[in-house]
Design a protein around this ligand. Structure first.
Ligand SMILES: [Zn+2]
Length: 248
């Protein structure tokens, strides 16, 4: 055991890692926690490195963690307290030294309110090629972008299910008498509900209709995009390979 590493409490570890996991809906808050995780070496509670903590515990790459940190700094500087994932993504496409100006422009146009699409619109005049991309780097067609962004914000439902699961698990663990009326089946149901709802979250532009002719597409059911589950389980490896090659 490395004696130079700080002593980390489980509650600190849980608070920080859970907050970072919510980066899609509260990017600025997550970014502050990433900073805290880095400074306090919170990763040492369970992992060998910050990178491992990001990837295994929080499900994000180290690079994205730093990107969130950068974005958050700009947002705070521009006086915006909270930011959704969609807004952060819109902003992350903007050159770093133009972000503040883009945000201010978006805010002044929207009477103080900023949305992902208003950020994107304002960014266009600063940065002509601002394009949103899916998790694999494929450009999301403009025609499905609004639905994509709206669906992305539904990840707050997943957070709620996670919260419920945590409370029930804690109830069981502490042998709380209030929880004696239910059993482990509840946790199984919650896990299955979480997996079902996760299918609402966009992961990749549909590989069948490419998001362009989504109305009649039975693969994506008219959405123009696929969930991570569908991408992993139903898209043939050769189709994924073609797309990955095209992105490079
Ligand atoms: Zn489709």
């Amino acid at each position: 055991m490395n004696t130079l590493l700080p002593k980390i409490s489980k509650s600190d570890f849980d608070r920080i890692s859970n907050g970072i996991k919510r980066w899609r809906i509260s990017t600025t808050e997550a970014a502050l926690l990433i900073k805290e995780a880095h400074e306090k070496k919170i990763w040492s509670f369970k992992y060998d490195s910050f990178k491992e903590f990001c990837e295994k515990e929080c499900g994000i790459t180290k690079q994205w963690a730093y990107e969130l940190l950068n974005t958050s700094k700009i947002i705070q500087k521009a006086g915006f307290k909270s930011l959704t994932h969609a807004q952060a993504r819109a902003l992350s496409d903007v050159d770093e030294d133009q972000r503040e100006a883009v945000l201010k422009k978006a805010a002044s146009k929207g009477g103080g309110k900023v949305t992902a699409s208003s950020i994107k619109e304002s960014a266009k005049s600063f940065f002509e090629d601002a394009e949103e991309r899916d998790e694999g780097g494929w450009v999301i067609p403009e025609s499905i972008l609004e639905d994509w962004n709206r669906a992305t914000t539904l990840s707050h439902l997943l957070t709620k299910i996670s919260d419920v699961k945590c409370v029930v698990e804690e109830g069981f663990k502490s042998n709380d008498v209030c929880f004696t009326a239910i059993n482990q089946n509840v946790l199984t149901s919650l896990k299955s509900l979480f997996a079902d709802l996760k299918q609402l979250i966009p992961h990749a532009v549909c590989t069948t209709c490419q998001g362009h002719t989504r109305d009649k597409c039975t693969f994506c059911k008219g959405r123009g995009y696929l969930s991570e589950f569908l991408w992993k389980m139903a898209v043939p490896a050769e189709v994924k390979a073609i797309r990955q090659k095209a992105v490079k």
